[in-house]
Design a protein around this ligand. Structure first.
Ligand code: S3P
Length: 167
C-alpha cells in the first residue's frame, strides 16, 4: 500500500474505530486527526471551539490534513466537517484513497444523545437543523473514491469489505 487511506463521513459513524482496525489489518500506521488537534491544544474539540473558536480549529485541521494525506501507507480518520473545506477535499482526492463511510440518517440519529456532549457542531441544534447539516454534508462526501454503506455492518465486516475493495 502506497497511498494513504482517508476515512470520511458524518460525525460519530465510526471513522476512528474502523480506522484503527483497518490499519491493524493492513499492518500500517493509524492517524486520527481529531486526536492530533486535541493533543496540540491539550483540550477536547468542544473546548477548542469555545476557547479559540471554530475558525482556528478549521485552520489547524486543514494544515494537518493537507500534510497528512500526502504521507504514504497510513490510515487517516478525519473529522466529519473536514471535507467542507475545498483545500482538504482537493488534497485528499489527489494524494490519497478517500473512503466514505455512508450511514443513513435514520440509523445515525439513534446515536445523537451519545454524541451531543463531545460534538460542538451539534450543540444547540434541533433535530431538523441536524438533518439539514447531515444532508448538506452527504452531498459533499459524494466526492470520494470508495463508498461503503455501513448501516448494520459491524467493524470486522466493514474492515473486510474495505480490504476486498482495495485489492
Ligand atoms: C466535527 C466533527 C468532529 C470534530 C469536530 C467537528 C464536524 O469529528 O472534528 O467536533 O464539524 O463534523 P467526528 O466526525 O470524528 O465526530
Amino acid at each position: 500500500m502506497k497511498k494513504s487511506i482517508v476515512l470520511i463521513g458524518f460525525m460519530g459513524v465510526g471513522k476512528t474505530t474502523l480506522g484503527k482496525e483497518l490499519a491493524r489489518k493492513l499492518q500500517c500506521g493509524f492517524l486520527d486527526i481529531d486526536a492530533e488537534i486535541e493533543a496540540k491544544y491539550g483540550m477536547e474539540a468542544v473546548d477548542i471551539f469555545n476557547v479559540y473558536g471554530e475558525k482556528e480549529f478549521r485552520k489547524t485541521e486543514r494544515e494537518m490534513i493537507v500534510d497528512a494525506c500526502q504521507l504514504e501507507g497510513k490510515v487517516i480518520s478525519v473529522g466529519g466537517g473536514a471535507f467542507m473545506q475545498e483545500e482538504i477535499r482537493k488534497a485528499c482526492m489527489e494524494h490519497a484513497i478517500v473512503i466514505f463511510l455512508d450511514m443513513s440518517f435514520g440509523y445515525w440519529k439513534e446515536r445523537i444523545s451519545l454524541l451531543l456532549p463531545t460534538r460542538p457542531v451539534l450543540q444547540g441544534k434541533s433535530l431538523e437543523e441536524i438533518k439539514s447539516l447531515f444532508d448538506e454534508r452527504q452531498a459533499i462526501y459524494n466526492e470520494h473514491h470508495i463508498r461503503l454503506p455501513i448501516d448494520n455492518l459491524d467493524v470486522d465486516a466493514a474492515v473486510q469489505t474495505i480490504h476486498d475493495k482495495l485489492k
